[in-house]
Design a protein around this ligand. Structure first.
Ligand code: SF4
Ligand code: SF4
Length: 368
């Protein structure tokens, strides 16, 4: 089977002007640029164009700390890629937006982790981050650049979910993507405040109900793969649910797609199955991107659903949901075990064999 790379996040800088509590790559103000000088970045874009045509999301750190970001976008645009930027928004101004638009940027994603300065700035550990992101959005709107909003939640800001959704809509976002923080990078430091299974379930149930009535803005929980189990269960009960997708998103009809249609390139050249996966499939210093995508053993393992273990391995929803491989790795020390959130939140799903779930679906390899 051919696995098509459809969405690629690329850390074009390890530096950041903020120090957010959940940063997956632990970016800091004194982080380096990484290995991607402009010539090297252009070469990588040329290499990608030889085998794939993904949407490419330039991220960091904070990508706008690079003065040559627009040149990178222009090169990718000339190669036919849909070039996107993921930013905290605080460095956007009219001049930068004009540069991005001229270079052909297709969409910009910004983070708003709450609907007020008090909530967002606490998450971002920077007074003024909320106002800065709102100013950035106004600049994008003046320039006619579409934008989407990502909101990440832990127990700390869970009370702001509905308000964050309403704010994204009021601002005119093309999409609102709801994330729950996974224990990676600085997210591991706040593992104690990650959502409980009950909170996780209630959040997804709220989202499913909200999405039924949301006709204007694309909404999707991201990296909460059991959403697709809930949808499949609702459809099995006879509900008709719309399937919508944005051409810049990581999917739209499936839960975990790590290493199946998405990947991350870090500022040091590591290629990872997704933005949160702690292990690399390879490094661009020693192998080309096409070789890694098509030949890395780690990616082959993630694509081999028959080798999944625990309840995920026997689950009727494996192909819709797939479970979060990062949470499995964190909980069990094995990325192919079951997602530790699923059963406490939703109960044992229907096994693929169709027989009622039996005891004994625990993962064999528990961490610690
Ligand atoms: S492993 Fe899958 S669900 Fe988990 S963070 Fe990565 S892409 Fe998202
Ligand atoms: S058991 Fe695994 S694949 Fe099945 S619904 Fe739960 S997390 Fe998803």
């Amino acid at each position: 089977m051919r696995w098509e790379l459809k969405w690629l996040a690329w850390e074009v800088s390890a530096r950041c002007n903020l120090r957010c509590v959940h940063c997956r790559c632990g970016a800091a103000q004194d982080g380096g640029e990484g290995i991607f000088t402009l010539p090297r970045a252009r070469t990588l874009l040329d290499d990608i164009a030889r085998f794939a045509s993904p949407a490419i999301v330039l991220t960091g750190g904070e990508p706008l700390l690079r003065d040559d970001l627009h040149e990178l976008i222009a090169h990718g645009t000339a190669k036919g890629f849909r070039m996107c930027v993921a930013t905290n928004g605080t460095l956007l101004d009219d001049a930068r937006c004009a540069q991005l638009a001229a270079a052909g940027v297709k969409i910009v994603s910004l983070s708003l982790d709450g609907a007020s300065a008090a909530v967002h700035d606490d998450f971002r550990r920077q007074p003024g981050a909320f106002e800065g992101a709102l100013r950035g959005i106004e600049c994008l709107k003046r320039r006619g650049i579409p934008f989407l909003i990502n909101s990440s939640f832990t127990q700390r800001n869970l009370g702001d979910v509905r308000a964050a959704y309403a704010l994204a809509k009021r601002l005119g976002a093309a999409a609102w993507y709801m994330f729950c923080v996974v224990p990676v990078g600085r997210g591991e430091d706040i593992a104690a405040e990650l959502l409980t299974p009950d909170q996780y379930r209630e959040l997804l149930q709220w989202h499913l109900a909200m999405e039924r009535d949301e006709k204007e803005m694309l909404v999707r929980p991201t990296c909460m793969p059991q959403y697709y189990r809930l949808r499949a269960e609702a459809e099995a009960r006879g509900e008709k649910l719309a399937h919508r997708s944005l051409s810049f998103s990581t999917g739209g009809a499936k839960g975990c797609v790590a290493g199946q249609s998405i990947a991350l390139i870090t500022a040091s050249g590591d290629v990872k199955p997704c933005s949160y996966f702690p292990e690399a499939a390879g490094n661009l210093a020693s192998r080309g991107i096409e070789e890694i995508w098509n030949g890395a053993p780690l990616l082959a393992r993630l694509r081999d659903f028959a080798s999944y273990k625990g309840m995920c391995g026997r689950c009727a929803y494996l192909h819709e949901c797939g479970g979060c491989r990062v949470r499995s790795l964190y909980a069990h020390g094995d990325a192919l075990c079951q997602d530790p959130v699923c059963i406490p939140a939703f109960g044992p799903p229907e096994p693929a064999c169709g027989r009622p779930p039996q005891a004994g679906f625990e993962c064999p390899g528990r961490r610690g």
